[in-house]
Design a protein around this ligand. Sequence first.
Ligand SMILES: Cc1cc2nc3c(=O)[nH]c(=O)nc-3n(C[C@H](O)[C@H](O)[C@H](O)COP(=O)(O)O)c2cc1C
Length: 397
Amino acid sequence: MNHSFFSRKKFISKVFQTSAIFSLSPVLGKLYAYGKEESLMFRQDPFLYAESLGLKKTLEKIILTATLSPNSHNTQPWKIKIESDSSFLLYGDENRTLPAIDPINRQFYHTQGTYLGLAKLAAAAQGYDSKISLFPKGIPSTKQMNVLPVARFQISPRKQQTQDPLFSFLPKRQMNRSEYSGDWITEDESKELESLTSPSSIQLKFILGEDRIQPYLPFLINSFAMETNLKAQNEVTRVWFRKESEDVYSKRDGLSLEGNGISGLKAWVAKKFFLDLSYEGWHSEASKNASIDLFKSQAKSSKGLVFFITKGNDDAKEWIQTGMDFMRFTLAAAGKDLAFHTMNQALEDYPESSVFYNEIKSKLGLQKKERIQLLGRLGRSDYHYESPRRDLKEILI
Ligand SMILES: Cc1cc2nc3c(=O)[nH]c(=O)nc-3n(C[C@H](O)[C@H](O)[C@H](O)COP(=O)(O)O)c2cc1C
């Protein structure tokens, strides 16, 4: 992925110009509101971007940076209460759960874990150790989410110098849903990914080589088609889909065509003639088939598959720990210039999905106690799209 077109020098000068304009006039400032370029600047150098927003404190920089973590449907379901200059409480946002596809909040808690995982790496990059205490007041029900925190996150100046290159790969990390091309992922690459990730809670299982990958594709494709044909589940994507640029960069969350690997003329044509976000349009046969066809081409271009497996209590704590390791894996893939796309329709906790889950689990030869938390495809692609993140004021409480 080539990001060199956006140099640091240009970024700094842009930051300077932007802050100058902001201070000159709130009206002019509106012209420079969050857009594609800011989204890129944020990823390119999150700490510098934080400073450009006036966030000077280390903890504030960490809190903002961690929003760049991968998260289910780009819902960004986090609420943060700053306790002091060295600690914050992370809460789940009850208004950003996805009950139709995630009825037991598995992916919701994975997403709390990705946030904490990236916050930890961001703290280390700022020279701080971090202490994460999960559920300091107990595990909340959905209704208790705004009173019982997911975690307390505390930083203290780092005692020992440790080397973890993962944070430096953040500018290149994204969920890459484009069609992949090039060579198959090799055994050596999978070992490097594992070593860079250095997971603490999950086991990584790679499926490599065309002959071994092929038999898994029908599970991925058929589960996606199944989900697309279920009204309540397909509705989740409609609600979180942002079509026009203005929508993408004003709401600053959710999914988009560009995030699905479609840009330029193709995206323009799709938006003008096909993509219909009305209830009837979205659930029409034509629209569902287009979405399934797109998914097919994505899945069929997989150059490797990876499964994230746990062997514990399969509870909220384990889901958070999974998310923390998953965060590391996505950075490791970015560091190796590999494209990665997690696709979980076969792993979800509603009855129609569990049929696929059981088939995949048995195909992988897993033991009863083992649980596939997430899965994804790997490959090679130059496509990039920097999905937006919301303003910190939307997240702070
Ligand atoms: C727990 C979890 C589950 C996800 N499931 C899917 C999925 O099934 N399909 C998909 O295309 N993306 C999935 N994603 C990716 C998110 O949609 C993506 O991270 C989000 O849109 C933000 O984009 P970014 O990662 O490029 O910053 C998942 C991410 C997480 C953390």
